[in-house]
Design a protein around this ligand. Structure first.
Ligand SMILES: *Cc1c(COP(=O)(O)O)cnc(C)c1O
Length: 306
């Protein structure tokens, strides 16, 4: 099965930039849909699913990498999945989200909640009713910040990565950051690039880390979650042309922009050997291109992941 038999990802060089050696760990190549950190986070969830819990219920937005990965893993493992989708308006336009169409094709049952209900998560009346109907359901939180998800993310780094000074990762819930912080060596520093404006990442991740020693670089959220600018899209297209490495528009594109920008402005202070974690998420490119196209804005060149 996929979580037992996979090849670890490779480190790819991005060359030297003003004296900095930059390398990217291609976790996006673990699997086209269960890619990057979603692979790491779901691994122990699927491996430890109780035999009598035939249904896995989870949550996500209409373009969620987590929903797509869960639907795909469920299909592969023969586990029925239920996706609780944020926004009831999606009910009647599933075909407008490549992500939701994909989830449905892979057998995920979708239920659509208003934003108010969605924010209550498993306490929403609709979800409670589902749980009554299917009592053996296993609840998987959105983003998956949990002990077993962090455990999966503790397997991203290996001995060869000890040569780096800085390990860079994009942040949603901070789960991946926690796994990295728990496994770096004393001479290494993890630098997190939040994709969302947070009041306190530390409050979120502290219960899961041994030592709260990491840095945050919060200047590259580009106005918030899933918001992009033409400057960002142009950067990502240029990056693809130069390295043939696709980035996702929600997380890794923003982080890479940030790293190169900081180096260019001589504001990079975390050492000369930089390892960047490519956390995947490429399925999100197609829906982003659709949004950009609807607004008449320039799109990403590459989108064939769904
Ligand atoms: C989900 C996701 C993240 C955020 O990961 P967390 O562990 O929630 O911080 C980062 N990058 C990509 C591509 C993702 O899909």
């Amino acid at each position: 099965m996929i979580f037992n038999t996979f090849k670890n990802s490779i480190n790819q060089s991005l060359g030297k930039h003003q004296g900095h050696t930059i390398v990217i760990k291609r976790e996006d190549q673990l699997h086209p849909i269960i890619s990057g950190n979603k692979f790491r986070k779901l691994k122990y969830v699927f491996q430890s699913l109780p035999k009598n819990a035939p249904i896995l219920l989870t949550f996500g937005g209409a373009f969620s990498n987590h929903l797509a990965a869960t639907a795909e893993a469920g299909a592969k493992y023969g586990v029925q999945t239920i996706g609780i989708v944020r926004g009831e308006e999606w009910q009647n336009k599933i075909e407008e989200s490549e992500t939701l169409s994909f989830c449905q094709k892979r057998g995920m049952k979708l239920f659509f909640l208003s934003r108010a209900s969605y924010s209550k998560k498993e306490n929403a009346t609709e979800v409670q009713n589902l749980l009554k109907q299917f009592p053996n359901t296993y609840l998987l939180p959105e983003g998956g910040l949990s002990t077993i998800a962090v455990q999966g993310c503790e397997e991203i780094l290996n001995n060869e990565d000890e040569e780096f000074d800085a390990i860079c990762v994009s942040i949603g819930t901070g789960c991946t950051l926690a796994g990295l912080v728990n496994t770096v060596k004393p001479h290494q520093k993890v630098i997190g690039f939040p994709a969302i404006q947070y009041n306190s990442i530390a409050t979120l991740v502290n219960p899961f880390i041994k030592n709260p020693d990491f840095e945050l670089q919060t200047d590259y959220t580009f106005g918030g979650y899933a918001k992009v600018t033409t400057e960002l899209i142009d950067f990502m297209n240029q990056f693809y042309q130069q390295y043939r490495i696709p980035l996702d528009p929600v997380y890794t594109g923003k982080m890479l922009f940030g790293i190169f920008d900081l180096i260019k402005k001589k504001k990079w202070v975390w050492g000369k050997k930089i390892l960047i974690i490519h956390t995947g998420g490429l399925q999100g490119i197609a829906p982003m291109n659709r949004k950009l196209s609807n607004k008449g804005l320039s799109q990403l060149y590459y989108s064939k992941y769904l």
